[in-house]
Design a protein around this ligand. Structure first.
Ligand code: SF4
Length: 74
């Protein structure tokens, strides 16, 4: 199953990932960083399993992220 790996602490809240994959990403009103919906956290790294059909739009999110903190593994 594909998954996303996200290094949240470096997020600048620019919203680019939300525009690419709105079902998976949402900027937090608490700290201005993005939340990876459906993820679990370990030592600051967030991981979420995703469906095959979500891969493409999350690859766009990863590509457009200026902080380069999103990885998509197929
Ligand atoms: S594109 Fe990157 S830096 Fe911008 S909100 Fe999403 S994760 Fe954060």
């Amino acid at each position: 199953m594909p998954r996303i790996i996200f290094h949240r602490i470096k997020c600048i809240g620019c919203n680019a990932c939300v525009e690419a994959a709105p079902e998976r990403w949402r900027v937090s009103t608490k700290d201005g960083r993005c939340n990876l919906i459906g993820s679990s956290e370990k030592k600051g790294i967030y991981t979420a399993k995703i469906h095959d059909m979500e891969v493409e739009q999350n690859q766009v999110a990863a590509k457009n992220c200026p902080a380069k903190i999103i990885q998509v593994h197929e």
